[in-house]
Design a binder for this molecule. Structure first.
Ligand SMILES: [Zn+2]
Length: 394
């Protein structure tokens, strides 16, 4: 039976070693893999490191480093555990793995760059434990959600479930735009609100509900009309927008502003028993104008009229919007970019349609003119009318 020293010596035969000086030259082109325990990692790490404790290495690394030919520098505290970890990676098929001699201790002693990682506190670790169990999210993903900012247009049928689930998932900042007050007729579907809030500003009611659910979330309220005069300022700093509006003028305005700001929009709409969701990622997929270059005439525009909507339906569509937003924030899976998901509640069916970017799109097409942030009139008339204070950019 081999003792520890023999095992280490044997592992060293298969593992390439690099000293901290050599490793530092690869800070920008290799993945630095920190395989220490959480309490060691919390004290300090090499900037940009990927953290997978040794005990989770085999089960998690293939999800976190998908390219097995990518260069990896493995480190621990002193350069012993990293030998075994590097050997394991080689056995898993990674072809460009080195372990760092002397580990983080020597790196730090030689005054090389290190940072203290932002870590979750014990309450957060408990609250988000089901996220932490997913290697695709993990501590780094949860941290990213907490640092993320999502703007919700509307605290109504779609905005309610979207806001609740984004808050529960720990998205750190939620902006909410709505200028209405809570009415009893809202309560059939707008689950952010309740009977005690009837007559209250919707943004205030939303903030109360969200804060009760998750005090980690910073709720920024905009009790104003979303218009050409404020849209660019409002979008500033947000990572994604969840659009829960029900009128064409606002959708066009949001589309044009999000293209200018290059912020993805998770679009949702509901009508009677049907709903649709898609993601507009500026210049990577189609935009709203690629789908619908001009608003339909008012008699064909159901969202401009009260057509009715079945309860629960907005809960399904708004929840899918929240999920798509989280996927965008975490770079997870395949977001609905270039695809339109259509849900029919009566058939209980989901269908996906491909939607393409239109090279002739007046907003995002190759020869599109500079985008003008303009106000549409309340009748959804098909042409933009320039409002006072209109701004041009580019
Ligand atoms: Zn377009």
């Amino acid at each position: 039976m081999a003792g520890f020293r023999e095992l280490l010596a044997k592992a060293r035969e298969h593992v390439r070693e690099i000293d901290p000086a050599g490793a530092e030259e690869h800070l920008n082109d290799a993945t630095f893999l920190d395989i220490r325990e959480l309490d060691e990692y919390e004290q300090g790490m090499i900037p940009g490191s990927l953290f997978i404790p040794r005990g989770h290495l085999e089960s998690q690394v293939e999800n976190r480093i998908a390219d097995k030919s990518a260069p990896v520098v493995v480190y621990c505290a002193s350069g012993v555990r990293s030998v075994f970890a590097a050997e394991t990676l080689t056995e898993l098929g990674y072809t460009d793995v080195v372990h760092m001699a002397g580990g983080f201790g020597r790196w730090k002693n030689e005054n090389r760059p290190w940072v203290t990682p932002a870590v979750l506190n014990p309450e957060q670790r408990n609250r988000y434990s089901r996220h932490l169990l997913l290697p695709e999210v993990g501590e780094a993903g949860q941290q990213r959600l907490l640092e993320s900012k999502v703007l919700l247009l509307g605290a109504g049928g779609l905005g309610s479930p979207a806001a609740l689930y984004l808050a529960a998932a720990g998205v750190g900042t939620l902006g909410i735009v709505d200028m209405d007050v809570v009415d009893e007729s809202n309560l059939q579907r707008q689950i952010l609100h309740n009977v005690d809030r009837v007559g209250e500003r919707k943004v205030d009611s939303a903030k109360k509900t969200i804060t009760l659910l998750n005090p980690d979330v910073d709720v920024v309220t905009y009790d104003v009309r979303f218009g050409a005069d404020n849209v660019l300022d409002m979008l500033d700093g947000y990572d994604a927008v969840v659009d829960g509006t029900d009128n064409f003028p606002t959708r066009y305005l949001l589309n044009d502003a999000s293209l200018l700001k290059r912020i993805p929009v998770v679009h949702g709409s509901i009508f009677r028993f049907e709903g649709q969701v898609t993601v507009f990622k500026p210049y990577e997929g189609p935009c709203y104008r690629c789908l619908l270059p001009e608003p339909p005439p008012p008699e064909l525009a159901p969202s401009c009229a009260e057509a009715g909507v079945l309860g629960v339906l907005p809960g399904i569509i708004g929840s899918i919007q929240a999920l798509e937003a989280i996927k965008l924030l975490l770079d997870l899976g395949d977001p609905l970019i270039g695809r339109l998901l259509a849900y029919d509640a009566l058939e209980e069916s989901f269908r996906t349609f491909k939607v393409r970017r239109d090279p002739l799109c007046p907003a995002c097409g190759e020869d599109a003119a500079d985008i003008v942030i303009a106000e549409y009139d309340d009748l959804c008339l098909p042409h933009a009318t320039l409002a006072d204070g209109t701004s041009t950019a580019h």
